[in-house]
Design a protein around this ligand. Structure first.
Ligand code: PNS
Length: 159
């Protein structure tokens, strides 16, 4: 039996923190589906296609599949035959929202467990929004994202 883990998010854009979590998820999942949400509340910097393409470039592993999903994560997870939903917990501030989401997802898809992973210590401060902010003002993000993402950010913010 293949144990499938779903790693959902906006990935606007994927960071080294996300990459770290995917690697960690592969220690207990046979396959990880990186599930890129179509419906993100805020207007994303990168289009859905761009976000999917950047993830595929940053994570080149046959055990990782990149897919987009619209609607409820619980429905997508069930449809994909996932055993677990993987989320990262960086700080206490993440906890309340993540806890609520995990309970709601369990309510909607009782067979799918949510697993929280702790990122590498030196990536704990990292978020896509901070990366976007640093890149917008010309800061160096080379330690924070894959080179393909750095290039894409540079292009987005070219003046
Ligand atoms: O990277 P993010 O923005 O923290 O990811 C949040 C995401 C996309 C995982 C979450 O908003 C989500 O699952 N959206 C899909 C719609 C849904 O299922 N909402 C109810 C969650 S209980």
């Amino acid at each position: 039996m293949t144990r499938i883990g779903i790693y959902p998010g906006s990935f606007d854009p994927i960071t080294r923190g996300h990459e770290d979590l995917i690697r960690r998820a592969l220690t207990f999942a046979d396959k990880v589906i990186v599930a890129v949400a179509v419906n993100v509340a805020k207007q994303p910097l990168f289009t859905l296609d761009e976000r999917v393409a950047l993830i595929s470039q940053a994570v080149n592993d046959p055990k990782v599949e990149v897919r987009s999903f619209d609607g409820l994560l619980a429905d997508f997870a069930r449809g994909a035959g996932a055993a677990v939903i993987v989320r990262g917990l960086r700080a206490v501030s993440d906890f309340e929202y993540e806890f609520q989401m995990a309970l709601m997802n369990r309510n909607l898809a009782p067979g799918v467990e949510t697993v929280f992973l702790v990122p590498a210590f030196d990536l704990t401060y990292l978020s896509s929004s901070l990366v976007r902010e640093v890149a917008r003002f010309g800061g160096d993000v080379s330690q924070l994202v894959h080179p393909a993402v750095r290039q894409a950010l540079k292009k987005k913010f070219a003046r």
